[in-house]
Design a protein around this ligand. Sequence first.
Ligand SMILES: Nc1ncnc2c1ncn2[C@@H]1O[C@H](COP(=O)(O)OP(=O)(O)OP(=O)(O)O)[C@@H](O)[C@H]1O
Ligand SMILES: [Mg+2]
Length: 508
Amino acid sequence: MKSQFEVYLRLKPSNNQSQNSMQYQLYHNKRLQVLLPRNVKLGMINNNRDNLEFNFTHVFDQKSSQDQVFSKVTVPVINSFLDGYNATIFAYGQTGSGKTYTMSGAETWQLRGVIPRTLSYIFDEIDKRTKFQYKIYISFMEIYNENAYDLLEKRHLEIPLEQWNKIALYEDDQDNIHLRDLSIHSCNNEQEGIDLLMMGNFIRQVSSTPMNQSSSRSHCIFTVTLEGCDTTTETYFVSKLHLVDLAGSERISKSQVEGNLLNEAKYINLSLTYLEQVIIALNERMKGANRQHIPYRNSLMTTLLKDSLGGNCKTVMIATISSENDNLEETFSTLRFSQRVGQLENEIRRNEKVDLEAVVKRLEQEKLVLIRELEQYQRSGTVNSNNKKPQTQQQILPQQNGMPLNKKQIQEKVELYLNEQVTQLDVQSYDDAQMCFEAMKDLYNIRMKEYVTELTFISEKLQKYDEILTRKKEQSSFLEQKENSSPENEIYKRNEFQQINSKQKPNQ
Ligand SMILES: Nc1ncnc2c1ncn2[C@@H]1O[C@H](COP(=O)(O)OP(=O)(O)OP(=O)(O)O)[C@@H](O)[C@H]1O
Ligand SMILES: [Mg+2]
């Protein structure tokens, strides 16, 4: 199934409403027209034009609330994630434009961002989806100066960033990326998820060293992994949701930074440049250019987000921009980048697997029940008479209060007698006896018909079960052979990977 990238724009409230604000028009909350100030010299911008236009899935103006952003952008993505599709939401924009505000939020609960709201929503939804069983896992990592670190490793609270273990990446034969030294935490409820998020953010903040003076200079990836099971079909699925807060795109000339900060800025710019190159390459390939190579491996971030950018993933970008003319150059750079991203599409599929063993087991049990039922029919020759004990020992007379009973009443009495709910059937006259025999004959005919129908139904069902069981068993052995080569079954192989990882030396 094709999934077009969705690109949302969020404008940060302006600090300076009167003089320096960016002049713009918003049409239907989808099209942004930015008016170019006359005196502005914007390198790549054509100065003959007095405005530039950009299209988005939706534009959130300066008054938009955290809740509005969450409901519009995130809810459909999480629903698809809960159905078994991979998803990524990433925030991109200039330093200070509101990426962290959008993804994590501000200090108060009311101002919480996409990530904590996502956790609440996931657990609320799980409670509602009663025919599914879910397991949720969380990991949280930071990419800083082209190295990736685990933000949920408690030891990192005690040692400086320079001594942290770096997460190692390696690719398997099918080009799937695997990570070593990234912890995965089982999460049973919203609170546990929030605790993990807070712990990660805290570790990120306390890791500030001379080399990392501001946590905003790293990219952050909060990943929720889901293992789901549709209990009605024994279908298992695994999906991943990456919530990404990128470091700010910022021009070195403007930030006038030196030393380590310059180093950081170079790395940030480089990885964002590589991100742009990947997007350009994907765009060219989509437009039919003979472009086989997509330069994912140029940076750690693009390698890690390979699937989000050009693979099996529903991807959404939230571009954040400032509303001041001073930042117009960066704003246009973000807007142009977002237009390229908006043209991309991914081919997505549900990462599912039927648990054939469970299906076979269930079918075999059902078959046993049917065989037992069939045997009982063959023994008793009656319908619904099994397990019925006489409820009363009283005599039932075909006469009540001296009045002769009609045919229907006699039939009812006879039925009770045949079902062994009464032990005797007394008759007063030859006519009564005749009527009783007639009723017995009718009931016998009806039951025989029901019996034959039921027997036919059971034997047809048994035949079908045999066919299904044979097919499932064949598929089962076929899939067992194929299983190891299926990338989306990663979760089933996780234990295996962990074992391999613990034996394998990292590819640094
Ligand atoms: N939509 C908004 N409404 C109110 N305040 C905002 C909004 N967006 C950002 N801010 C505030 O602006 C400041 C900078 O925002 P934030 O830290 O989210 O920027 P950033 O894009 O993550 O920057 P960096 O690239 O440096 O990480 C914060 O104090 C934040 O609370
Ligand atoms: Mg930030």
